[in-house]
Design a protein around this ligand. Structure first.
Ligand SMILES: Cc1cc2nc3c(=O)[nH]c(=O)nc-3n(C[C@H](O)[C@H](O)[C@H](O)COP(=O)(O)OP(=O)(O)OC[C@H]3O[C@@H](n4cnc5c(N)ncnc54)[C@H](O)[C@@H]3O)c2cc1C
Length: 319
């Protein structure tokens, strides 16, 4: 994944640029998320064509605010060059919805305690608080910048799966799919209350996989997602109905691996056999296991799958 998306388009409008916004409202979602709705005058130019559109959020320093954050499109290198104590935390999130006419942007944050600046900021978010968003400008003229969801034309058997950090992208993808595809959307979340209703077309089947269930404590990231993806991929490729996801108790033990490198493998070109396409995002160690299973065990063409580590267990997004 590029550190930033600073290409120039028609009339020198950058693909991504800084939007100065403020918190309009904060709404808890389920047990583990908050939806923060941002307002800002120039959100009228925020591109809103959906799917897994990524953005970067720049969090204010408690004392210095944004005094040291470099202005302009080419913020990345100067920001990286700052001493750590002057570098505002920057984290990657997904556009859940944008309403340019109302100058509003929704971002859904999975809360994971106080361990990171983004989760901490979201827990404390309140109307009026400022934020810098590095987001897509609708005047750039090329749709799809900053999205990876790209099934080849004609791919009718679709699998999209991930954990709570991918839930906003998976929800946006599920809601954008047309009727007539055979799509399985698998979303592993911490709690049963995190399963939210989605407005999807016939043929799009959404399965929420809550890790915490009565009588089944201690499930880890991936414990439900891995067997569910294995089963759905097998069934979709064979054209047979999927059975339910395996139970946690059925799973073989799995070592807790901390990934050193971010994982980001998306096809540059479409596979020749374009019937099946998969999009997988979440904790990098889990996504790596899914990659091994799909490509190694099932023989799925790498050009038919996007694998994206959205975060790494035990590691901040950017050191
Ligand atoms: C393209 C893309 C889109 C994303 N979209 C979203 C989104 O819409 N919503 C969203 O919530 N996240 C999303 N993420 C994931 C988010 O960027 C990471 O979870 C990020 O690490 C959170 O930053 P932080 O400051 O809270 O924690 P960091 O400072 O990055 O990490 C601190 C510690 O928290 C751990 N950690 C990070 N995230 C989690 C988690 N979810 N659960 C448990 N432990 C965690 C890390 O392993 C580390 O030990 C996306 C990531 C990418 C790459």
């Amino acid at each position: 994944m590029a550190g930033h998306d600073a290409h120039l388009g028609v009339d020198d409008v950058p693909a991504y640029r800084i939007f100065r916004v403020w918190v309009e409202r904060v709404v808890p979602l389920g047990a583990s998320f908050v939806r923060v709705t941002f307002g800002g005058d120039d959100l009228c130019c925020f591109a809103g064509d959906g799917f897994d559109r990524r953005i970067k959020l720049v969090f204010p320093d408690r004392d210095a605010g944004y005094s040291f954050f470099p202005d302009g499109e080419d913020w990345w290198e100067p920001w990286r060059a700052l001493p750590p104590e002057r570098r505002n935390p920057v984290r990657t999130y997904t556009v859940r919805a944008v309403r340019p006419g109302r100058r509003e942007l929704d971002v859904d944050f999975a809360l994971h305690g106080d361990g990171g600046p983004a989760s901490r900021w979201a827990r404390e978010a309140a109307p009026g608080r400022p934020l810098l968003v590095i987001g897509p400008d609708s005047r750039y003229g090329e749709p799809g910048v900053g999205t990876e969801w790209a099934p080849p034309p004609g791919a009718a058997r679709l699998l999209a799966a991930g954990d709570e950090t991918a839930a906003p992208a998976l929800s946006a993808i599920a809601e954008a799919l047309p009727a007539g595809v055979d799509a399985r959307i698998l979303i592993e979340v911490p709690d049963p209350a995190d399963a939210l209703p989605l407005d999807v077309a016939p043929g799009v089947r959404v399965t929420w996989l809550p890790r915490h269930r009565p009588g089944r404590p201690g499930a880890r990231h991936g414990d439900l997602l891995i067997p569910a993806v294995q089963e759905a991929a097998r069934a979709l490729r064979a054209g047979t109905p999927a059975t339910g996801p395996a139970e946690v108790a059925d799973l073989p033990p799995r070592p807790g691996v901390v990934e050193d490198e971010p994982l980001w493998e998306v096809p540059e070109e479409a596979a020749a056999d374009a019937g099946f396409y998969a999009w997988l995002a979440g904790e990098a160690g889990v996504v790596k296991i899914l990659r091994r299973h799909l490509v190694g065990d099932l023989g799925v063409d790498r050009k038919s799958v996007a694998f994206m580590g959205y975060w790494r267990l035990g590691r901040p997004e950017i050191d």
